[in-house]
Design a binder for this molecule. Structure first.
Ligand SMILES: NC(=O)c1ccc[n+]([C@@H]2O[C@H](COP(=O)([O-])OP(=O)(O)OC[C@H]3O[C@@H](n4cnc5c(N)ncnc54)[C@H](O)[C@@H]3O)[C@@H](O)[C@H]2O)c1
Length: 335
């Protein structure tokens, strides 16, 4: 039986990956610190489908403090997704969090995985390493990496670290994910904010002119690439994972307006520091070496995210009704 350690298991992508691994018959130990970047309750909900799963166990702890030796004792495949994500907060005071959760934590994971002789570490890099490229699409070994944000700098530095440990015999695969979206997308990400704003009829903060574009990647496709990176024979050290659906934010707004039947209220703001104008991935290497290509189209993918936001709201609504009913019963009992 295959076994895996998944860091960041309670996060957006990590929770989907754990579900995939368990469905494929793997034994999975998930590690997560439940960092306060967004609600603990949301992260627990992300793990909902794994609750009680026989082949999944959760270890709550910070990678910078945990004794990783025992967790890696049986030399699992390591999927290292834990990080402090997001570009905007990586400027200023926030940077210390990024150095701790991205750079220092990754160094500890690589060191421990090398000591335990783990067969492979598959880990999350980012399209942010490219910054604003001179030519598109970005190609792994041709496009220079020039991050525009401190977040991108930490991911770029993690790539250098992984290359050093790779040189010393630890097989690793870094995946440059391009804007991942779909059910459970983080609450700070644009599509999620837009879905919530459309449903609430509240303003959506639109930074820049809306013509900035991203190579959007559905989470099912990102997970599939991650899974394949663990199984591939003799993989490269870095792959682009881009959904092949480059679209402007304005186009995404139009599709979500159509799907929701509502008109977005736009709160126009200036460009944000660190945001790049465009991302676009060449996925030729992943196609050739991992046998991977993205399958989920943008409209279907956006529908899956909007449907999830709607059903999450129903669930939270039903929960709060049953909690108030329980409170009322409790209050009655004391009288
Ligand atoms: N979502 C995207 O579009 C995207 C794009 C490029 C790269 N990535 C990378 O993919 C990975 C997953 O991103 P996500 O969107 O699922 O983020 P997420 O915030 O939902 O998940 C990350 C998880 O890591 C955990 N974590 C953070 N620091 C930790 C630590 N020190 N010890 C243990 N756990 C810790 C957090 O509690 C969180 O649950 C990250 O490495 C991120 O940088 C994501």
């Amino acid at each position: 039986m295959r076994h895996a350690l998944v860091t960041g298991c309670a996060g957006f992508i990590g929770s989907h990956l754990c579900e995939r691994l368990v469905a494929e018959g793997w034994n999975v130990v998930g590690v997560d610190a439940f960092t306060p970047y967004y609600d603990r309750a949301d992260k627990l909900d992300n793990l909902g489908a794994l609750d009680g799963a026989r082949r999944f166990s959760l270890v709550e702890g910070d990678l910078n403090e945990l004794d990783l030796g025992p967790l890696l004792a049986d030399a699992p495949v390591v999927f290292h997704l834990a990080a402090q994500p997001g570009v905007r907060l990586s400027f200023g005071e926030g940077f210390s969090r990024y150095t701790a959760d991205n750079l220092l934590a990754t160094q500890r994971v690589l060191e421990a995985a090398a000591a335990a002789q783990c067969p492979r570490v598959v880990w999350a890099s980012s399209s942010s390493v490219y910054g604003d490229a001179a030519a598109y699409p970005c190609v792994e070994d041709q496009t220079p990496t020039r991050p525009r944000s401190p977040y991108g700098v930490t991911k770029r530095a993690c790539e250098d670290l992984a290359a050093i440990y790779r040189g010393q015999g630890l097989p690793s695969v870094g995946l440059r994910y391009f804007t991942v979206y779909g059910p459970r997308q983080r609450p700070d990400m644009a599509m999620r904010l837009l879905c919530e704003a459309l449903l609430d009829g509240t303003p959506f903060p639109l930074y820049g002119d809306g013509r900035q574009s991203r190579d959007f990647t559905h989470v099912a496709d990102a997970v599939d690439a991650t899974y394949r990176a663990a199984l591939a024979d003799d993989p490269s050290g870095i792959y682009n994972v881009g959904g092949g659906h480059e679209a402007t934010l304005a186009a995404v707004i139009a599709v979500l307006e159509d799907l929701s039947g509502r008109e977005a209220v736009l709160d126009r703001r200036p460009d944000q520091a660190g945001d790049v104008r465009r991302t676009a991935a060449s996925t030729a290497r992943a196609e050739a070496e991992l046998g991977w290509s993205a399958r989920v189209g943008l409209r279907d993918g956006l529908r899956s995210e909007l449907d999830w936001v709607v059903s999450r709201r129903r669930l939270l609504g039903a929960r709060s009704v049953s909690e108030s009913a329980a409170d009322a019963r409790g209050a009655g009992a004391t009288r």
